[in-house]
Design a protein around this ligand. Sequence first.
Ligand code: UD1
Ligand code: MG
Length: 465
Amino acid sequence: PDLPPQPTFPALQASIGFSFLSFLGIVWTVPSIAQPFADKGLRGRDLCKPGGRESGPWVPECMGLPLACWYIALMMLFIPFPFSHMFTPRKGEEVGRETFPQAELSLYLSSLLSLFTATLLGFLDDLFDIRWRHKLPIPLIASVPMLLVYYSEGGLTSVVLPRIADKWLSAAGLHVGRVVNLGPLYYLYLILVPTFTTNAINILAGINGVEAIQALVIAASILLNDLLFLPIWPRSFLIALGGVGNPHEGRLLHWAAGEVVKRHLMSSYFMMPLVGGILGFLWHNWYPARAFPGDTFCYFTGMAFSAVAIQGHFSKTLILFFIPQIFNFILSCPQIFHIVPCPRHRLPKYSEATDTLSPSVAEFTKPLTWPAIIILRIFEALRLVRLTREVEHAAYNGKGSTKQVSTRSGRIISCTNMTILNFLLVNFGPMRESSLCTLLGAIQVGGSLVAFGVRYGMASWVYGG
Ligand code: UD1
Ligand code: MG
């Protein structure tokens, strides 16, 4: 049977146009709605500025909402473009239910639906500070339509085992083969992806520009990865990059035909305007910030990443782009799960005298449990946190005065908060807010370089042969 005509790249060019619109739209909208938002109470004190919690400057909060609205509106206007070839059918061909790429259309629609849910959740969180246990299940529910579309598309649920795992399993008498079908377990994993991506950026937050820079680097990395799959590169470039080969060896393109190209094309349609929008937002959010992203921004961008990665079948590559967030999440676990006390705000502490940030601390008023003490000691040994211990007023020296002895065995009275930002300050010393944000941006770029290395370099080594 004749295949329906394939969409080509006019839509990609349109998408570049939409990215500019998205950038300009945000640069222009944010200042004009900042005041009305602040008037409604959607504002927060910039805590890392002179005055801090008591009298720091007010900054309009929740500016991720105009970004999300603008973006969703643009994506809706964009929907006809990838299907434009259907509006001018070839001779003797009718457009109908049979020929229209319904499946692709449902990919778009379900992604938009998930984006809407995430935006709503973020907005409600900005308004009401929803409790963790209440907001955690929402991304789970929001991903159901997306997963159903994934299922209807063939619902790949198998993973390719690394060569060495296959060898070990075979040696142990378990011949499962190189391709293992995980079935429902794979869906469980897919449901957890949006839960992670929506929350991961939100807990790496609190200094000017930091949420936006993370989202920007991740979006740009996804886009770059998508573009690598499109047949727009000269063969010599691909050979130089890693060669042309078998997909199971993790080699680049050329083999990327039909379906794979389509999926990455769709992902790039979503990522291009997002990159534009985030850049526009960063314009206002960079130090000194004139707009705060709010939780809306974090949930909305996190869901956009999950949506394209799940629908595009590259969720494992996506996870690789979250290396700093994974580190931050693991580091945060003792505080998030309340093994170690967690203050409302864990962002670094501002010092007016030097205009720099230093690590903020969690003070322990109640005695610590033994799991907490073990975790704190391990984290201290790994230089992840700095602990303060009670100084022992000990050892009467016989001359009527006391000597202060700081021992490693004293009672722990505080620890630096367990975030990557405080970790950097513990190890590199105090620095200015903008420097810390730039450093985190650089780490995020470094993480993406490692991700590309793992995906395209190591994959052939681990999976090949
Ligand atoms: C998350 C973090 C919290 C961190 C907060 C900062 C966890 C579990 N929660 O909470 O530790 O303190 O984000 O965003 O890790 N703010 C600034 N400068 C900025 C951005 C934000 O001072 O550049 C302050 C403002 O007062 C703003 C507030 O942070 O109003 C926003 O906090 P919010 O997003 O509501 O905190 P959570 O996401 O709940
Ligand atoms: Mg937040």
